[in-house]
Design a protein. Structure first.
Lengths: 224, 338
């Protein structure tokens, strides 16, 4: 118990307490300030993957033709030996000087003709604009192959097969998340994201593919 | 350009047989409606031929599927009504039933079996009793047959991935070709059965007129089709259509196109028809003995009709095999890097 001659709290204790309160206030400000920033970030990210058209961006400057994307797709989607590749890498020479490469798969078109022509209704368009197929409904008439402007559908002994952005991969990828081909690319040549954002961010480097089906596929090339 | 390789001989033959069956039914029904008391055996056999063509075509369609058993469950396999194939499958089913009933009733009419349930209490003949049902079946079957003939081209038109097929001219071309091959099949049947059931003069002239009109329209439509799909080279789709056209008229398929489709399929029947008409006129003028005239007419008609069948079949095969996908990604890629 303090006597009349001794203060209740020493100057050292007072200073230590003030420092502690000050640190608490500053720390809280930093934490809450960060949360506020994160809230702003999440407001700018697409909230509604369900109704947003996603697209593959294929960077022709970065692709080296290693086909890791093709192998990753086969591995994680557990494709059988007789199932053809879902992803393709094509090559072309640039003015006879060097060979360039680009990796492409299903364009997940805005107006997919494969979906329109399927008599069994085995093809559907869902979240993130992904065009998926139901191997249990498909009768294998191959009409989707004839309808696709990009020569994408392939067939094994069960049904039609094509890219569905790893929806049934092992483990599966949720719509909007990066599929395994994009994850496997060591050179950043592939990207999967909202089509509008890709076009906006890439600016005049973005060249969206054109067809009657409105493909969600964008070639990226640095402007000369 | 990537030549399509997934649809082969089965779909090509199925498309031909579907059109042939439809065209044969149309011809037989018109003959029956116009000259109903005549040509009974020819009409009956023609109806059976139309059913066999359709059924065989459907068998080819199902065996070409990756999952044939699943394809047989029609309510599930053909349930998506944005697909042309769905409409075609159901129309073919209805047509098979209608054509089959026509074939059955006309066969019973001719055979006239002594079955009790067929005996009329009012003394009517089988012909009298079956006349109305056959007319009704004919009128129901006609629009379905026309649709089936049109559908064989519509099926290809509905595939935007093959620019060579993606023109509305193609369904009309295949419809006319279907009628042409149908008339030719009825002519072939009439020649084969000439001793048992000689085609009456009016029917003969009608079929000759049909043949002339069909050949001229078909030639015009082939020319229009090739122009429409082959002219544009400014886009990847146009280039694919152009490449398919050149393959047909000047490339690897040119010998088959010019010799079989145009030569044997159109020019030969046209000439044979002219010769047959000439012989008919000589017979009418008394310059040629009737038996000799008929025998020669039959020979020329048979050769011409056979030519139509070969040409019609070759047309389907060449159009299916010449289809090419545009290489949109490669063209865009090359345009970017060069």
């Amino acid at each position: 118990m303090a006597t009349n001659s001794e203060p209740l709290v020493s100057r050292r204790e007072l200073l230590a307490g003030a420092a502690a309160v000050g640190l608490t206030v500053v720390g809280s400000t930093i934490i809450f300030g960060d949360t506020s920033a994160m809230a702003e970030e999440s407001e700018s990210a697409p909230k509604d993957v369900e109704h947003t058209q996603y697209a593959f961006a294929m960077n022709v400057d970065r692709c080296v033709g290693c086909e890791h994307c093709v192998r990753a797709c086969r591995y994680y989607n557990e494709l059988s030996d007789i199932t053809p590749d879902r992803r393709h890498v094509i090559h072309a020479d640039q003015n006879y000087v060097m060979v360039r490469h680009v990796s492409y798969a299903c364009m997940h078109c805005v107006e997919p003709s494969c979906l329109m022509v399927c008599p069994a209704g085995a093809i559907s368009k869902g979240a993130a604009g992904i065009v998926d197929f139901d191997p249990d409904r498909c009768i294998g008439c191959k009409y989707c192959y004839e309808a696709c402007p990009f020569d994408i559908p392939r067939y094994d002994n069960v049904s039609m097969d094509k890219c569905n952005v790893c929806l049934r991969a092992n483990p599966p990828i949720a719509p909007g998340d990066m599929p395994y081909c994009v994850q496997a690319c060591m050179f950043g040549a592939l990207h999967w994201g909202p089509l509008d954002e890709i076009m906006k961010e890439a600016g005049d480097q973005a060249h969206r593919l054109e067809a009657v089906t409105e493909p969600a596929g964008v070639l990226i090339k640095l402007s000369e | 350009m990537l030549q399509q390789s997934v649809w082969g001989w089965e779909p090509a033959l199925y498309i031909f047989l579907g059109g042939l069956g439809a065209g044969t039914f149309i011809t037989a029904t018109i003959l029956r409606l116009l000259h109903k008391d005549s040509n009974k055996l020819v009409i009956c056999v023609s109806y059976w031929a139309s059913v066999i063509c359709i059924v065989f075509g459907l068998i080819l369609l199902v065996t070409d599927l990756v999952e044939p058993l699943r394809g047989l469950v029609m309510p599930a396999a053909f349930s998506h009504w944005t697909s042309v194939m769905t409409y075609g499958a159901w129309a073919l089913l209805v047509s098979t039933i209608d054509f089959g009933l026509c074939a059955l009733l006309t066969a019973i009419e001719i055979v006239n079996p002594p079955w009790k349930f067929l005996q009329s209490k009012h003394g009517e003949t089988l012909e009298q009793r079956f006349d109305k049902p056959l007319r009704i079946l004919g009128w129901i079957g006609l629009p379905f047959a026309i649709f089936v003939g049109f559908y064989t081209g519509l099926l290809l038109f509905g595939a935007p991935g093959i620019p060579f097929w993606h023109t509305i001219v193609l369904p009309f071309l295949f419809l006319i070709s279907a009628v042409d091959t149908g008339v030719a099949l009825v002519e072939l049947i009439s020649v084969i059965l000439t001793k048992k059931d000689k085609l009456i003069e009016q029917s003969h002239r009608l079929l000759q007129k049909f043949t002339f009109i069909n050949i001229i329209i078909e030639l015009c439509l082939i020319a229009l089709f090739l122009c429409v799909v082959g002219i544009d080279v400014s886009t990847p789709e146009g280039m694919a259509g152009h490449a398919s056209t050149m393959l047909l008229v000047g490339g690897d398929y040119a010998p088959f196109f010019w010799t079989i489709v145009i030569g044997i399929g159109l020019a030969l029947p046209f000439i044979m028809n002219l010769v047959a008409i000439g012989i008919g006129r000589k017979k009418a003028a008394g310059e040629l003995a009737p038996e000799k005239a008929d025998s020669r007419t039959n020979a020329f008609t048979f050769i011409g009709a056979l030519g139509v069948e070969l040409g019609g079949c070759a047309l389907r095969f060449l159009v299916v095999y010449a289809g090419m996908h545009p290489d949109i990604v490669m063209e865009a890629f090359k345009a970017l890097i060069r």
